[in-house]
Design a protein around this ligand. Structure first.
Ligand SMILES: NC(=O)c1ccc[n+]([C@@H]2O[C@H](COP(=O)([O-])OP(=O)(O)OC[C@H]3O[C@@H](n4cnc5c(N)ncnc54)[C@H](O)[C@@H]3O)[C@@H](O)[C@H]2O)c1
Length: 353
């Protein structure tokens, strides 16, 4: 790895090879070619072999009926996990319910020789989130990983955002991730182990126009994850975040009117949901035992370790500050280090690799 966080050509090709292998495994599972038996004969035969990585583990993936969650659920099953495929079957804005998305993903996994159970309850409600955990315990007797992926969109420019739009986004994503994590936590504590993978977004980590509710929920999830990592490390519980990128109904809904938006929409076509899954499988596995409290981002074949806030620079005056001395001394001293008010496209300005 280079000092600026980019990969060397060799590392990059290793990453590319690994991702490609996982993608073909996912598509093989989709087409019904991979069975539990064929998972067992992956080269190496240890926990680092793709097929064995989650053998005997039980994983809950929320919002797994479509898009990125579906890809994660399939990848988890391909890696040997028994999967609870949770999806309320809501519209993009979070309205309505439908059983078909979760049922179809379960049928796909079972058809390929994997083990999966559907769950149709909402993560946004405390009792139903506990019900999702109960589904795993009832069917499989344990839980090893929860992937908090369920999400909705209620975009609005800030000065027009309604209380309803704010509450809906916070309830599904931030409160939903809390509900699920809190319901799993006593079981993880008792069994002295477990992993949380929380799906965050560059909208929260970097910023995007018209997404105050979504970005707040997603950055709140980072704080939730870090807090769980701190509180539960003593029980061998790990908690990490992944900011995915993919062309799904969620990103397909982003307007593409300006040349800049059209460029982003064009780039997005390269971003298939399955590209986000291998990292989630790794984080769920024992191979990630040393990884806790981290924030990653995925963009096609790129994996990023994202920064977390730390002091950058400081100034001090031994006699203390007044508003005037702040203007005269602090401002010129720190101005050159101010962080620009960037959007995602300002930071990720090049084509996905
Ligand atoms: N697509 C991207 O580029 C992108 C980028 C950053 C983050 N994300 C995040 O990734 C996750 C998946 O998004 P996607 O793009 O696959 O969207 P999607 O709309 O295709 O899938 C989201 C799923 O969540 C389900 N869901 C919604 N509310 C739920 C609830 N209360 N309980 C259970 N399930 C519920 C929906 O029914 C849907 O099937 C979301 O958290 C999203 O915010 C996506």
């Amino acid at each position: 790895m280079l000092h600026d966080g980019r990969c060397s050509a060799e590392e990059s090709s290793l990453i590319t090879r690994t991702v490609t292998a996982e993608s073909s495994r996912v598509s093989a599972l989709r087409s019904g070619e991979v069975t539990r038996q064929s998972n067992d004969i992956s080269p190496g035969g240890n926990e680092m072999s793709d097929g064995k990585m989650l053998q005997d583990k039980v994983v809950i993936v929320t919002g797994a009926g479509r898009g990125i969650g579906r890809a994660i659920a399939i990848a988890m099953a391909t890696a040997g996990a028994r999967v609870v495929v949770n999806d309320v079957g809501a519209s993009l804005s979070g309205d309505g319910t439908e059983k078909t998305p979760a049922e179809e993903v379960v049928a796909e996994i079972r058809g390929a020789g994997g083990e999966a159970t559907p769950s149709f309850e909402s993560v946004a409600n405390w009792d139903s989130a506990h019900g999702i955990i109960e589904t795993a315990l009832r069917n499989y007797g344990r839980i090893d990983c929860v992937v908090n992926n369920a999400g909705i969109l209620r975009d609005a420019i800030f000065y027009k955002m309604t209380e309803l739009e704010w509450d809906a986004a916070i309830n599904v994503m931030l409160k939903g991730s809390f509900n699920m994590s809190r319901a799993a936590a006593p079981h993880f504590r008792e069994q002295q182990g477990g992993a949380f993978v929380h799906i965050t977004s560059t909208s929260g980590l970097i910023g995007n126009v018209g997404q105050a509710n979504y970005a707040s929920a997603k950055l709140g999830i980072v704080a939730l994850s870090k807090s769980i990592a701190l509180d539960m490390a003593r029980f061998n519980v790990r908690s990490n975040c992944v900011a995915p990128q993919a062309l799904t109904r969620m990103t397909a809904s982003v307007p593409a009117n300006t040349p800049e938006q059209k460029l982003r929409a064009e780039r997005r076509k390269l971003l298939t949901p399955d590209k986000n899954a291998p990292l989630c499988v790794f984080l769920a596995s024992d191979a990630a035992r040393e990884v806790n409290g981290q924030v990653f981002a995925v963009r096609r074949n790129e994996i990023y370790l994202m920064s977390q806030p730390r002091p950058m620079r400081s100034v001090h005056r031994s006699e203390g500050w007044t508003p005037q001395t702040i203007a005269e001394h602090m401002l010129p001293a720190l101005r050159s280090s101010f962080v620009p008010v960037d959007r995602i496209i300002d930071v990720f300005g090049w084509d996905p690799i």
